[in-house]
Write a protein that binds this ligand. Structure first.
Ligand SMILES: Nc1ncnc2c1ncn2[C@@H]1O[C@H](COP(=O)(O)OP(=O)(O)O)[C@@H](O)[C@H]1O
Ligand SMILES: CC(C)(COP(=O)(O)O)[C@@H](O)C(=O)NCCC(=O)O
Ligand SMILES: [K+]
Length: 279
């Protein structure tokens, strides 16, 4: 079995992948600040022959996790942001400073779709752009839904947006604090994504396919007008592309990859942008 780990600021996600069949056997998540102890919530390391890790948590969390794993597992691969990989050129002046989850998302998106806009809706919402030739432009970082809500300190932090809510309901003015906050932050997130996408496509003269991932991807997806696909395993896809282990991975296949969405025309994007400036 291969153990893939995606350690974010909020949740540490894991999945077990069969090295022979390339099938995903199980998955789970634990809070990042918690210690990784054998128990019901984490996979049995005895069956694991290789681990691949993406981590943006504090260095100490990664060091501890890697230390624990190296004692039990033969191959431990830790992803790093580099100046170039798999045809993508990192847009950061200091490439190593780009969050590795963003880098892996950009690599997966490029491998799947060529140029892309990769949006990761987690503790932060990150919006990264890769041009069709592989140049990563850099990106945008906005606080995620949960962080925005907590920063208001209005006592509404424990009432999350119902992930089943329809976008239409969330776009109405709230008539009590919790709704005013939830609808406000939802509007902030989706309008930032819509606007940033249009601005950058306009600047670069290219309509890019958009891919969404992260814990809030599904609910945010409903408010994003740009054609896009949700790919919950996008960061894992970057790990597969960067450290291919199975036959399918060596052939360039990433588990759970969606159909590439057809972007609308650049003319339409520009018309939308011009319209929003007039208002
Ligand atoms: N069951 C859940 N537990 C915690 N957060 C959740 C859950 N479902 C959705 N979320 C949302 O997902 C976000 C975490 O998403 P994730 O992509 O795992 O973030 P990160 O990679 O930063 O840890 C939270 O901030 C929260 O808004
Ligand atoms: C921006 C992030 C905090 C997002 O992390 P996440 O929300 O997925 O936990 C992470 O990618 C990070 O720590 N990046 C380093 C700074 C940068 O990318 O510029
Ligand atoms: K994120």
């Amino acid at each position: 079995m291969i153990l893939d780990l995606d350690i974010g600021n909020t949740l540490s996600k894991w999945r077990l992948k069969d090295a022979d069949s390339s099938e995903i056997r199980s998955r789970g998540a634990v809070w990042t600040r918690e210690e990784w102890r054998p128990g019901a919530d984490i996979p049995d390391l005895d069956v694991v022959e290789a681990v691949r890790i993406s981590s943006v948590a504090r260095a100490a969390v990664l060091d501890e996790t890697v230390g624990l794993l190296r004692r039990r597992v033969r191959h431990v691969h830790v992803a790093r942001s580099t100046a170039e990989a798999l045809g993508v050129v990192n847009g950061y002046a200091e490439p190593g400073r780009l969050g590795v989850d963003r880098w892996l998302g950009a690599l997966a998106g490029y491998q799947l779709a060529g140029g892309c806009c990769a949006v990761d809706c987690g503790s932060a919402i990150t919006i990264d752009f890769v041009l069709p030739g592989g140049q990563h432009l850099g990106g945008f970082i906005v606080p995620g839904l949960r962080l925005m809500k907590e920063s208001l300190k209005l006592g509404t932090r424990n009432v999350a947006i119902d992930p089943e809510s329809e976008a239409d309901e969330l776009l109405e003015p709230g008539r009590r604090t919790v709704d005013a906050v939830n609808h406000g932050i939802y509007m902030a997130a989706v309008s930032a994504i819509n606007r940033i996408y249009s601005e950058v496509c306009d600047q670069e003269g290219v309509a890019l396919p958009m891919l969404l991932t992260g814990g809030d991807a599904r609910v945010i997806s409903r408010g994003v007008q740009v054609p896009h696909a949700v790919w919950p395993d996008m960061v894992y896809g970057g790990l597969e592309a960067r450290f291919p282990l199975t036959l399918a991975e060596r052939a360039g296949k990433m588990a759970g990859a969606p159909r590439v969405p057809d972007p609308v025309s650049l003319e339409k994007i520009r018309a939308g942008l011009a319209f929003s400036m007039l208002l």
